[in-house]
Design a protein around this ligand. Structure first.
Ligand code: NI
Length: 174
């Protein structure tokens, strides 16, 4: 397995819209393993393929306390949403920045797992937030897009400063 470099905001490649995966092969299984390793190492609770510059609809998530509940979502789509909730989010592509985002409180998602089996996930709480956050990445969106233009400008300046300084180790989440 290998750690993968994570694209950081405001990298334009984070704006790429991911295409569906039409073929699950050994190379994809290796990539999924590498994505989990990268996510756990960061440490984070979710990682979208977009963030490692692979522009296909693939997400890995583990919101469990003991990091023993890996979840793979391939070609996910939200089929039902309910309610709203505000949650403080972070992102491995925007290290050190945390901000409140309004999301659906509950989402029902259909996605293929890593074996190509169709799964239906009824999610609330952190898992629901994480799924919506990662699916945004696949659509070329980053959570700071929800902030006011002024706040977003501040985040952009902070990130540019970080990159000028040679990007110290991250401490973030999804
Ligand atoms: Ni993220």
């Amino acid at each position: 397995m290998a750690l993968l470099p994570i694209l950081e905001y405001p990298d334009e490649r984070l704006r790429t819209v991911a295409k569906p995966i039409d073929h699950i092969d050994d190379a994809l299984q290796r990539l999924i393993d590498d994505m989990f390793e990268t996510m756990y190492e960061a440490p984070g609770v979710g990682l979208a393929a977009t963030q490692i510059n692979f522009h296909r609809q693939l997400i890995v998530i583990d919101v469990s306390e003991d990091k023993n509940a890996p979840l793979v979502l391939i070609n996910p789509r939200i089929v039902e949403t309910e309610g709203t909730e505000t949650c403080q989010e972070g992102c491995l592509s925007v290290p050190g920045i945390f901000a409140d985002v309004v999301r659906a409180e509950r989402v029902v998602v259909e996605a293929l797992d890593r074996h190509g089996e169709l799964r239906r996930i009824d999610a609330t709480g952190l898992l629901a937030v994480c799924i919506q956050h990662e699916m945004d990445h696949l659509a070329g969106k980053v959570f700071v897009d929800y902030l006011s233009p002024l706040k977003r400008q501040l985040v952009k300046r902070k990130m540019e400063k970080r990159h000028r300084q040679g990007a110290p180790a991250a401490s973030a989440s999804a």
